[in-house]
Structure formats: structure tokens, C-alpha cells
Design a protein around this ligand. Sequence first.
Ligand code: RB5
Length: 150
Amino acid sequence: MKVAIGCDHAGYDLKQEIIVHLRAEGYTIVDCGAFSRDSVDYPDIAATVTAAVLEQDIPGVIICGTGIGISIAANKIKGIRAALCSDCYTARMAREHNNANVIALGARVIGPGLAVEVVKTFLSSSFAAGRHQRRVEKICQLENTSLREE
Ligand code: RB5
């Protein structure tokens, strides 16, 4: 299974650690940067990761200091459902109920041990469909909704 992963400078160390663990589990990694601790802007990384997610139809992992900025940025992209998770329960629900295709993590919020487990839980969970299908379809409809009268 292939996974796209990206971070800003605040998430660099955690990204490197997650990559090591995912490779050991047999995942192929699409590393979208950052490639050092030098300062970068998280919307740029969100754009790169979400492009890989949509073009290759693979899940994504995005990391910034809190996970907030990068998840807000990712969710501006049509077709992206990015869930900010700090525990395994919400990581599983994000997939089962919300069909999230991206998980966001806050490197300054959770430790690396938990973060790795949260990502593994996300990647090994899948959409439950059923009653959740209609709700996710409504999320997709919102992407095409304009509040302005034309
Ligand atoms: C960078 O200092 C920090 O603002 C960023 O990583 C993230 O936490 C923003 O939401």
C-alpha cells in the first residue's frame, strides 16, 4: 500500500519517524517534504500531499505543529476529507464514518509513539458505508455549494 506524507518544519522529526515505521510495515512512501527542519509554509505542503492523494488515489498523512493549519489548508481542496486525530478511536472513526482520505497530526501535541499507532490505525481502517454513505455524499455536495446568489 502506498501513502503520501508531508509536514512543515514543526512536523519534520515526526514525519521521519513515521516513515521508518510505515516502511517497516511494508508501506511505500510518497514523501512530499519538508526535507529538513528549515521553515516552510504548511499550505504548500498540504497542496503537494493532497495532489498525490487525489492523483494516485492513496491515503495521506500531514503534520504541522498542531495539525490545525495543515488540516484547514488540506480541507480547502475538493475531494479531500482531512481529519485531525490525536487518538486511535478518532483515527478509526475518521475512516469508518467519514471516509477521511487524509489524517492530520500535531507534532507538538502527541508523542511519536502514539502518533505512529494513530497513523497505523487510520491506514488499517476502512469506510463502513451504509448510513454513513449518504452523509459523506452530503459533504461532497457542500463542496459544490455557493452561499452567494449568482
Ligand atoms: C509553525 O510554527 C506552526 O504555526 C505550524 O506548524 C502549525 O502548528 C500551524 O497550524
